[in-house]
Ligand binder design. Structure first.
Ligand code: NDP
Length: 247
């Protein structure tokens, strides 16, 4: 069950859920490339944590929404590591607001990072996986991609889009031994959710049957399963990690 010898790329691996995924994959033996967009300090801290624990990692700066930067970064990783076995498309942002007042730039920013970014990284990473006839792609969607959420039309559209994207890519890449799945977290305690007001957080907690907020490690464990050999026959699936918030 070891990931020894595997090369993984985790977008947005510098903080929150992506950081937990990077740590988990590295703990289980993968060499992990940690992507970030602006917080080099945070990404380097994750690299140090992995290396101090005896693992192998590197930090790679690029904006997942910038086509040229994505291609250059993936080319660089492949030149250095020889391949990419695992791609976790985790980078994401929120720009919340009610539809009637939502600025076009907030719509564009969320769709670019959360949806177009996954397209660009999957296209770049998928190329080498096609050649090697093996690979694992996991896209981090969200519970609101299936339930919707007032104040998040941009975010919910992107996260729902990811589910359709993953099913379609799964069909296109299946004959090459590549699986493509989503993990859809519910409410996970990270910097992203810390921005929410206390009363909103309390209301969310009430709606979770397991009555606890999720941790980044809960999401990392689901990703770890989907990239394992045990999940070799699972593709096009969305695995919900939400304490029962949506069933
Ligand atoms: P955080 O805000 O804690 O971290 C976001 C990460 O994404 C950072 O590493 C950040 O890099 C990176 N990032 C943001 N924009 C870009 C970009 N354009 N290019 C490359 N990297 C970028 O988020 P979370 O850990 O909370 O969320 C991670 C994922 O999980 C997201 O896709 C989110 O939508 C999803 N999710 C989160 C939930 C939650 O409850 N927290 C629930 C459901 C889904 P940097 O450090 O450089 O800024």
């Amino acid at each position: 069950m070891s990931l020894e010898g595997k090369i993984a790329v985790v977008t947005g691996g510098s903080r929150g859920i992506g950081r937990a995924i990077a740590l988990r994959l590295a703990r289980d033996g993968a060499k992990v490339y940690i992507n970030y967009v602006s917080r080099a300090d945070a990404a380097n801290a994750v690299v140090k944590e992995i290396c101090d624990a005896g693992g192998s990692a590197g930090a790679v700066q690029f904006d997942v929404a910038q086509s040229d930067a994505v291609q250059k970064a993936f080319d660089g990783i492949i030149a250095e590591a020889g391949t990419i076995d695992i791609l976790v498309n985790n980078a994401g942002i929120t720009r919340d607001g009610l539809l009637a007042r939502m600025k076009e730039e907030d719509w564009d920013a969320v769709l670019s990072t959360n949806l177009k970014g996954v397209f660009l990284c999957s296209r770049a990473g998928g190329k080498i996986m096609m050649k090697k006839r093996t690979g694992r792609i996991v896209n981090i969607s969200s519970v609101v991609g299936v339930t919707g959420n007032a104040g998040q039309v941009n975010y919910a559209a992107a996260k729902a889009g990811l589910i359709g994207f993953s099913k379609s890519m799964a069909q296109e890449y299946a004959s090459r031994g590549i699986t493509v799945n989503c993990v859809a977290p519910g409410f996970i305690e990270t910097e992203m959710t810390a921005k929410l007001k206390k009363d909103v957080q309390d209301a969310i907690l009430k709606s979770i049957p397991l009555k606890v907020l999720g941790q980044s490690e809960d999401v990392a464990a689901a990703v770890r399963f989907l990239v394992s050999d045990d999940a070799r026959y699972i593709t096009g699936h969305t695995l919900h990690v939400n304490g029962g918030m949506y069933m």
